[in-house]
Design a protein around this ligand. Sequence first.
Ligand code: NCD
Ligand code: ZN
Ligand code: ZN
Ligand code: ZN
Length: 455
Amino acid sequence: MVVIGASENLVSLLVESAKILVGNELTTANLRVDDGRITEVSKLKPSEKTDVRINAQGLIALPGMIDAHVHLRDLEFSYKETFETGTQAAAVGGFTTVIDMPNTRPPTITGTSLATKMANAQGRLYCNVAFQGNLTDDPNELREMLTQGAIALKFYMNKTLETFDSSDDLKLRNALRNAKESGALVTVHAESGAEIRRIQQKSVAEHKTTVRDFLRAHSPQIEVSAVRRILNLNTRVGARLHVCHITIPESVRLVRRSPNATCEAAAHHLLLNQRIFSSQGTLAICVPPIRAEVHRRGLLRQFLSGQVNILASDHAPHTLDEKNKENAFEAASGVPGLETSLPVLFTQVSNRKLTLCRFVEATAILPAKIFGLTKKGWLKEGYDADIVLVDPKGKAKIDPERFLTKAKYSPFKGMRCKGTVAYTIVNGSVVAERGEILGPSVGRVTKGNRICDSS
Ligand code: NCD
Ligand code: ZN
Ligand code: ZN
Ligand code: ZN
């Protein structure tokens, strides 16, 4: 298997004899890339002239995965993750584009803070990165974030990012209306903060601070009622809504009944249940939390059938010190997911629980469609050369110590997987090979173009 090497000024690349998906069938084809674009997908013998050649026999070429929910941190949270470590983790994990979240320090709540963050990220990225701003009820600030290229506007029902009081129906409806008028996609963390705080305060006052107590404060009902509230508020507005990290089958049913809404699920919610806490304790804490088996099983069924639209990692790195706390309410919530999502999900493909078609739809085609990444999500002529070559026979045991993310822990630790990333190609350059970064930092700041006629 010869890779001549990735270079910044790469002209052409040939992926030879890869298996590609055509309809429901895998067929052998060659892929040609010129100047960062896919220029040919064909069965014909490829021309000899190329700068880089990859023998992809035995590998499956898929459109690079797009992760709609990633916390790259950086700025004042660089001790948790940087643009370099986060996007390197993404690249070795098979992701060619990730969407960054606004809950950084400083938070991404204005056009200026978004522009500063983008400028900071420039030249430091190993995959493409689009950025979300935080939803605001200030119509000017909202427009400015979209003008700067925010791909979507995030909104946390569990806390406020200092933009407006989300418990106020009137303010929230105004914000949704502004988003709708600008043609922006609104993404939402659906858990009711007021209820969580009420239960948490009572629990802490009674010295009940175990993981079990934490789970009680983040009950399924708290998610379902928040999903119901936001969908109801949006009925008369009709903004495009995307519900983040959904975990409860009832929430998914509510989303499905709404004409303007989509949703995502994370691998840890699809494949793990609350038994994980007996071995991992607070390390496995995230919000919404990993659920009981009955919810997990229902959610996975909805994911397999496409009722949950897409997979998203919710890669949320923290330090081990922040995670390991006696008091579960004081433990930082969030688990890394960029380096585990493909192997654990592809194992479902290997075991014939998940079709390859649906895998590609959930990891590339639909994320591109929902977030308006028009040149991504497909291995087709004219599309961006963002490609992942998967070794379907590759075996791996999840080993957090070998992660490239700074967060070297995982609820999937020790899991045996079948299906690994052999190569990741970003904008026509081979960035990663079997867990290692070949460089260079060819990722681009990817801007949204959501400001449009208010159709
Ligand atoms: C996320 C984080 O750490 O930023 N944590 C998490 O548990 N999911 C925040 C979030 O996505 O809600
Ligand atoms: Zn969230
Ligand atoms: Zn998140
Ligand atoms: Zn429009």
